[in-house]
Write a protein that binds this ligand. Structure first.
Ligand code: GDP
Ligand code: MG
Length: 163
């Protein structure tokens, strides 16, 4: 059985970097609702012997400050509803921010299956952010480096029983 994984989190944490690493060049636009076509990208992911669909929540980068929180909420809720599993990503170098807390609350309420990833996890600058991530109440974080390809074995281990 295959599954759909949505990568969610605030802008700049590294969602698209992970998406691109999982999908390679094969990607497509999600096109099922007017107005959000450019906000969600869907691709066929490979991770070891796993094959699954991955959704990248993009399109927030050009939002103004006023609308950003509402747009993030709506987009995240849409992605959560399309997905079987959510990968919630934080920036371990930046630590947990109030916006991250907002995402965590959406995900807890929506009761999706959540995998927590502390990205930019290469090097000791990420150590405290990884510890902080435990406080989100979403279980043990995976320490990832989407850019350097580290921690993907741990992601695999968490996805395998769900596949
Ligand atoms: P998104 O807005 O969440 O999709 O984030 P992007 O994937 O666009 O990445 C934002 C920035 O973080 C880019 O400059 C990436 O190169 C950088 N980035 C992504 N993953 C990592 C990582 O694992 N380590 C570090 N140091 N930087 C990363
Ligand atoms: Mg992006």
């Amino acid at each position: 059985m295959s599954f759909t994984l949505a990568v969610v989190g605030r802008p700049n944490v590294g969602k698209s970097t992970l998406f691109n690493r999982l999908v390679g060049k094969k990607l497509a636009l999600v096109d099922d609702q007017p107005g959000v076509t450019r906000d969600l990208r869907e691709g066929e992911a490979r991770l070891g012997d796993l094959r699954f669909t991955v959704i990248d929540t993009a399109g927030l980068e050009d939002a103004t400050d006023n609308s950003l929180e509402g747009r993030m909420r709506r987009l995240t809720e849409r992605a959560v509803d399309m997905a079987d599993i959510c990968l919630f990503m934080i920036d371990a170098r930046a630590g947990v921010t109030p916006i991250d807390e907002m995402f965590a609350e959406i995900l807890r309420k929506r009761s999706a299956h959540v995998i927590l990833a502390a990205n930019k996890g290469e090097g000791s600058a990420a150590d405290s952010g990884v510890i902080e991530a435990y406080g989100l109440g979403l279980g043990e974080p995976i320490r990832l480096s989407a850019e350097h390809g580290e921690g993907l074995n741990d992601l695999y281990s968490q996805l395998l029983p769900l596949s």
